[in-house]
Design a protein around this ligand. Structure first.
Ligand SMILES: *Cc1c(COP(=O)(O)O)cnc(C)c1O
Length: 396
């Protein structure tokens, strides 16, 4: 049997290894210059003035919820088709989650779906967390309009969408239509940091708050001190050791080791993104002959995605089989697949909290979706192997 093609994986080259080795031989394993260098490089890559690196995409989402000041009594609107961390982040700060339905053709929550969830939240909605599912943009400008009309903040979960553009060439992560955007650099994502994440924003006050909460909540700005007597030395200067805690934060710092890898990976982002676009186009052409039983996701207007996932929708009933059998048959041919995602509202934890929410689009999407292998370093022959295996399965 040929080597298994996973649904996603990292691509590490000698430059990445050298960048990490340099940090290991240097003075700073954490809180050093590699963190700032990564943040500066990421700011350039997504055209955002402020980037706060952290140690996972989940930490990025949690920091964003904290920075918004979300808490008990508030509701965050989260698409049902996402990784569970998007919803969990709201729960970490004691806010409730209202799950948002998605378009079954794309897996994306549209402004109409968010509007429906705002109505269900009965005046408690405070934040929208659109997810750029698979790397395709969930209409940031339209969502920002809707949020403004209802006085809501927007945090884009951009974990899938590094390298994607929307509208007039706006990079996802520029935060032009959101208070903040969050990213993950888990190895299956578009760039790898081992574990890592980032929040981007255009708001300097939010950036300052994110940085403070990332490192325990420690306040070092003299102008913010409460206890000026304790802060002040006999000569009137600020005591050099002095700092204050006003609100507990976390240790969500990214290390220099991880950030050196992230920066080295970021140098390859143009190549990574171009290859993901090329492989996706090759898939689109190659699976066209399998329609209507196997179909790509419907195109999204105004979005130029660098896909994180290549998701197809399969009519399993028409095949006279089910998804488990198809996944096993593909695995037997060396093709790894995955399901993104079980609608998060169906998780027993959320069912216990909120009961069943009727989300028909998410149900249809979930029943038909399957993620095929997509990563930098895949060959055209690999794509051919995946499509041949699918064709064999589709013929029964
Ligand atoms: C990966 C991912 C996360 C979480 O990122 P981690 O770095 O694994 O914590 C959050 N949201 C989405 C949509 C993701 O794909």
């Amino acid at each position: 049997m040929p080597a298994m093609l996973p649904y996603g994986r990292q691509y590490i080259d000698d430059a990445d290894v050298a960048a990490v080795a340099d940090v290991l031989r240097g003075d700073w394993l954490t809180t050093g210059p590699a963190v700032e260098a990564f943040e500066a490089a990421f700011a350039r890559a997504v055209d955002a003035p402020h980037v706060v690196a952290c140690n996972s995409g989940t930490a990025a989402l949690h920091l964003a919820m904290l920075a918004l000041g979300l808490g008990p009594g508030d509701v965050a609107l989260v698409p049902a088709i996402t990784f569970m961390a998007t919803a969990n982040a709201a729960r970490y700060v004691g806010a409730d989650v209202a799950f948002v339905d998605v378009d079954p053709q794309t897996g994306l929550a549209t402004p109409a779906h968010f509007a429906d969830a705002i109505a269900r939240a009965g005046g408690r909605a405070r934040a929208m967390l659109p997810v750029h599912y698979a790397g395709r943009c969930a209409g940031p400008a339209e969502l920002a309009d809707l949020a403004a009309r209802h006085g809501l903040s927007v945090v884009e979960d951009a974990c899938h969408a590094l390298g994607s553009f929307y509208g007039d060439g706006i990079p996802v992560g520029a935060a032009r239509h959101a208070a903040m955007c969050t990213f993950s650099f888990h190895p299956v994502k578009t760039i790898a940091m081992g574990e890592g994440g980032a929040v981007t924003t255009r708001d300097p006050a939010l950036a300052e708050k994110l940085r403070r909460l990332r490192s325990h909540g420690i306040e070092r700005r003299p102008e913010a001190f409460f206890d000026t007597a304790a802060a002040t030395a006999a000569d009137g200067g600020v005591n050099p050791w002095y700092h204050e805690l006003h609100e507990p934060g976390f240790n969500y710092r990214a290390s220099d080791i991880n950030c050196a890898l992230g920066r080295s990976q970021l140098a390859k982002l143009p190549a990574f993104a171009a290859e993901r676009r090329r492989l996706a186009a090759l898939y689109d052409r190659s699976i066209a002959s399998l329609a209507p039983v196997v179909r790509p996701l419907a195109p999204v207007a105004g979005c130029d995605p660098a896909l994180h996932l290549y998701v197809v929708r399969i009519d399993f009933a028409a095949l006279g089989t089910d998804r488990a059998a198809v996944m096993r048959a593909l695995a037997a041919n060396g093709v790894g697949t995955q399901v993104h995602y079980i609608p998060v509202d169906r998780q027993p934890y959320y069912r216990r909290l909120y009961g069943a929410t009727p989300l028909p689009g998410a149900a249809v999407f979930y029943d038909s979706c399957l993620s095929l292998p997509l990563y930098y370093g895949m060959t055209d022959a690999d794509v051919g192997r995946v499509v041949d295996a699918l064709r064999t399965v589709a013929r029964g």
